[in-house]
Design a protein around this ligand. Structure first.
Ligand SMILES: Cc1cc2nc3c(=O)[nH]c(=O)nc-3n(C[C@H](O)[C@H](O)[C@H](O)COP(=O)(O)O)c2cc1C
Length: 488
């Protein structure tokens, strides 16, 4: 059951669980970003920053909301102590399909009032510099107000409202960049307006409740609004107010929101920014931006943040890996791959570059079927580099175990090489020869770290003590090791 209505109530729950670090007096330039990385690498607690240098004491930042599995479980309304494996399996097997089906029954409810209306500023009076906006990484092109944001747009053809997390550079007192990758729903909506020569209405929310936020980072069917989806998970509709200028829905309990328009053909230099691959590879490009016509914020506002970072330093890496693994699992089962025992897209690959699937092999070619299905599933097709198929006696969530299988059950010559895959504009191995962004199409490999199906029963037995023996020995002798035995 989801036990919070907004970011503040989520904070209370995290505090009660002992999953909240309070930092006073930090600096917006680099220091907050560095703390986010350190806590992220340690799968640490959520971090709330207050009394930020140079800003009102009660203007806060909340980052690392879901850097460990307990905080992600809290957000999803699952039992807090569910393991990573169980959370992925629960999401994959039941909840994703159930929530999607229920979404149509939970359109948001339009309300007249809400905390987001505590402060409303219009036109030239807007100054987004009142908020403590971090410059997260040392080589960023400026402060980014949008990292853990929900950018709300409406499809002009279907009327479906989308909420997506797209980064937003704070250009000046009332302009925020809108950097959306081609193919994402916000990009498609914006293009539809631009193609007609019209401006695109946009609401950028900084600090929606963590459930709606995590859904904004997740690929949901374009026919379903994340606002409905969040309502379906909660079992009650999300209250929204009507944006004064755009008419778009704005979550009534959110912390900070701006509404305005992105104009066709009008861009500003955007970047560079420390991206999810762990580099500043995307460089500086010309991107549309939103000029704010209305600013809404709560008293003592909380700006939420999720700065991308290299591998396991990424504070949102674990949560993103969990969601995306569940999606890929769900999709390959729907595509007819049997015997799937686990899927893991670990944070070291930013949940994209490395894909691991474990199967109980049932027929010759099953590993090939599974590997190719993962590599070209809806959620796995973009920016994959290595797909590794392992047997069901290998723990896909333990990279040590996976690499043992790669070393002992695969030959490099057996890998399938796909010559041209769907790549990212910020692909670090893509050499930029001009300022214009060009689609990259890097190759990818599928590695079969499985016992050869034809003679799997003759494969040499593994010399690890049986699970039963290990559990017995652990129970009998663990006290002699002063708590140093963790892994069974
Ligand atoms: C912290 C974070 C930052 C992100 N930044 C961007 C971004 O700047 N641009 C973008 O297109 N996608 C970005 N994404 C990925 C999208 O949020 C994600 O793919 C989402 O599914 C897009 O929503 P949509 O499918 O409704 O377009 C980011 C994700 C996270 C978790």
């Amino acid at each position: 059951m989801v036990d919070f209505r907004d970011t503040r109530e989520w904070l209370d729950r995290a505090r009660e669980m002992g999953e909240l670090a309070v930092i006073k007096g930090a600096e917006t330039k680099y220091e907050i970003g560095t703390l986010a990385q350190l806590s992220g690498r340690n799968q640490g607690p959520a971090v709330v920053l207050q009394e930020i240098k140079g800003y009102p004491a009660d203007f806060r930042i909340l980052t690392n909301m879901m850097a460990n599995i307990k905080c992600l479980n809290l957000t999803l309304g699952l039992p807090i102590d569910k393991s990573l494996r169980d959370t992925i399996e629960t999401l994959a097997k039941g909840m994703i399909a159930g929530w999607e089906n229920k979404s149509k029954d939970y359109p948001p409810t339009m309300v007249d009032s809400g905390p987001i209306l505590e402060n409303v500023v219009e036109g030239d009076d807007i100054d987004l510099n009142i908020f403590p906006v971090p410059t997260w990484h040392e080589l960023d092109g400026g402060p980014y107000i949008g990292t853990a944001d929900s950018v709300i747009t409406r499809d002009p053809d279907t009327g479906v409202v989308n909420a997506g997390t797209y980064r937003g550079q704070l250009h000046d007192r009332n302009s925020v960049g809108m950097m959306v990758t081609h193919g994402h729903h916000g990009y498609i909506h914006r293009q539809k307006y631009f193609a007609k020569g019209e401006r695109c209405p946009v609401v950028m929310v900084f600090g929606v409740d963590p459930l709606l936020w995590t859904l904004s980072t997740t690929s949901i069917s374009p026919d379903i609004s994340e606002l409905n989806y969040a309502g379906a998970i909660r079992g009650e509709p999300i209250p929204v107010i009507k944006g004064r200028v755009t008419g778009l829905p704005i979550p009534a309990n959110a912390e900070i929101a701006i509404e305005g328009y992105a104009e066709p053909g009008v861009t500003r230099k955007e970047g560079r920014f420390g991206e999810w691959q762990g580099y500043y590879a995307g460089g500086v490009t010309d991107q549309p931006f939103v000029k704010a016509s209305t600013l809404y914020y709560r008293n003592a506002p909380i700006l939420t943040g999720a700065p991308p970072a290299k591998g396991a330093y990424n504070p949102y890496g674990l949560a993103r890996s969990t969601w995306r693994s569940a999606h890929v699992w769900n999709e390959i089962v729907a595509a007819g791959v049997p015997g799937v025992k686990g899927v893991w897209l670990p944070p070291c690959g930013g949940s994209w570059y490395l894909q691991i699937v474990s199967i109980e092999q049932r027929y010759g070619g099953h590993a090939t079927h599974a590997g190719h299905a993962v590599a070209h599933s809806r959620s796995g097709a973009f920016s994959a580099r290595y797909t590794i198929v392992v047997d069901d006696d290998v723990n896909p969530y333990d990279l040590e175990d996976v690499m043992w299988a790669v070393c002992t059950r695969s030959l490099p010559t057996d890998a399938d090489i796909i010559k041209k895959g769907w790549g990212s504009h910020s692909e670090p191995l893509f050499r930029r020869t001009s300022a214009a962004p060009v689609d990259s199409t890097p190759p990818r490999a599928i590695v079969y770290a499985v016992k050869p199906y034809e003679w799997r029963n003759e494969f040499a037995p593994v010399n690890l003590a049986s699970e039963e023996m290990r559990k017995q020995a652990f129970a009998k002798w663990k006290d002699a090791f002063n708590g140093r035995l963790q892994i069974i």
